[in-house]
Design a protein around this ligand. Structure first.
Ligand code: GLU
Length: 462
């Protein structure tokens, strides 16, 4: 059996669009699940847009998403001589011809009847002038070109609706259609999985492939991603670049799971890991309706993955997130406190910034600032209770159970519920009311830091 080869062929636009990321993911899953290769080709023939930075942004996006590719990325622009060589070969073989029509002549034709594809008068000419020419495909005039698409089914295009497309322009530059076909062939691509906005190109590409007598790859054109309102995804919908999702704090593992489900399904499975995705992914599971981006669902998937990641993986993702957003790196103390509270933190968090919010208590330094709302819980009575609590836990073993028992005891002695002591305790330890449980904070901070934060507040009681 031949090895499966897929490819992702982005045009550098300055960032990796979430739709492009999904296309890359599908190609990656398909290849990786079948012992195949996943190649990368940068379609950089538009020289104005194809800056090194624009290409780097794409590679960075793929790397962030955790998609690795085989070999070096191929530059389409650098292969232009090879594209021209194939056009000349087609000329020699008689599957292409020299067209001397000028742009004015072609424009005049179009003006006369815009629905009629241009029919070059040079297709069968034998008496050729010595003038600049383009190389055009001698495309079939009759019958139809049928795309046997794994998602869209049989897509038929009447050949008389397609003109003899230009392969090589009169300035010697290859056209996009030719470049894609030659590159896919030379790279040994067996499966072309791409957005269905390319479907109209496919009939043309097939004509070139057939003219060369090359094997056609298997095609799967996937419906584009729509926004929550069902319209084609655009800037209007907010995040469209993968980096924007990174900044919103969804971990890459969650993005892979979520993006895989955008347009592809495996029964009712919503939550899965990479190994399952690789095993399950197939073209038959790709739907024909456009997928809608759904941030609620994404949050849910994200929370699931954060909860399942190992503590050190979450910590690493947090550090990447902080560096991605330009925030200062964590200190050793912050890291060890966050790790100590990680069990509690990751259970609740839906996103990395959400987790960081809850981890704030572990990142702040004494003397801590108490937010106004939390400060309301620190009156004379509650400060008195904190003093009793300090005495009670001073020599307690520093386990969650013992700390809770000590707090419960102080609450009972004061004739109040545990909540009445937890609120000022929370304020003293974190300065805010949105935190993990007070006992998780105490264990994460350790005895010395906890007692010091309590003392900072009880000292104020006078
Ligand atoms: N460069 C094209 C794009 O960015 C993709 C071409 C292809 O997959 O064949 O949309």
């Amino acid at each position: 059996m031949t090895q499966i080869v897929t490819r992702f062929a982005p045009s550098p636009t300055g960032y990796l669009h979430v739709g492009g990321a999904r296309t890359a993911l599908f190609n990656w899953l398909f290849a990786r699940g079948r012992g195949g290769k996943f190649l990368l080709r940068i379609e950089d023939t538009d020289r104005a847009r194809s800056t090194p930075e624009a290409t780097a942004a794409i590679l960075k996006g793929l790397t962030w998403l955790g998609l690795d590719w085989d070999g070096e990325p191929v530059s389409q622009f650098e292969r232009k001589d090879r594209h021209a060589e194939v056009a000349r070969q087609m000329l020699d073989q008689g599957t292409a011809y020299k067209c001397f029509s000028t742009t004015d002549e072609i424009a005049a034709w179009r003006e006369a009847d815009p629905r009629q594809p241009f029919l070059s008068p040079w297709r069968d000419a034998t008496d050729l002038p010595d003038a600049p020419y383009a190389i055009r495909l001698k495309a079939p005039r009759d019958g139809e070109t049928v795309i046997d698409d794994q998602v869209q089914g049989a897509v038929r295009v009447a050949n008389d609706q397609l003109d003899d497309m230009v392969l090589l322009r009169s300035d010697g530059t290859p056209t996009y259609m030719l470049a894609v076909v030659v590159d896919d062939h030379d790279m040994g691509v067996t499966h072309v999985i791409r957005g269905d906005d390319h479907l109209t190109n496919t009939a043309r590409q097939i004509q070139i492939i057939d003219a060369m007598g090359w094997p056609r790859p298997t095609y799967a054109h996937i419906p584009l991603i729509h926004g929550e309102d069902g319209k084609k995804l655009s800037k209007r919908h907010g995040a469209v670049g993968l980096h924007e999702f990174a900044v919103l704090g969804y971990p890459p593992a969650a993005m892979r799971n979520y993006l895989a489900r955008l347009g592809w399904s495996h029964g009712d499975d919503e939550l899965f890991d990479d190994a399952q995705a690789r095993e399950w992914f197939g073209l038959e599971g790709i739907g024909r309706a456009p997928a809608r981006l759904d941030f609620k669902k994404l949050e849910h998937v994200s929370g699931h993955h954060i909860g399942r990641m190992r503590d050190d993986q979450v910590l690493a993702a947090l550090q990447d997130y902080l560096s991605e957003t330009g925030a200062p790196a964590l200190t050793d103390t912050q890291r060890s406190r966050i790790l100590a509270a990680m069990g509690a933190l990751k259970e609740k968090a839906k996103t990395l910034p959400g987790l960081l919010d809850q981890a704030r208590f572990a990142m702040i330094e004494r003397p801590i600032t108490v937010e106004e709302k939390a400060a309301r819980n620190l009156d004379t009575v509650s400060r008195g209770m904190l003093k009793s609590l300090t005495a009670a836990v001073q020599n307690a073993s520093w386990t969650r159970d013992d700390l809770e028992e000590a707090a419960q005891q102080v609450a009972t002695e004061n004739g109040v519920g545990l909540g009445k002591i937890a609120a000022p305790l929370r304020a003293a330890l974190a300065g805010t009311s949105a935190t993990p449980s007070v006992f998780d904070m105490m264990t994460a901070l350790g005895r010395d830091e906890t007692l010091a934060r309590l003392q900072d507040q009880t000292d104020l009681a006078g």
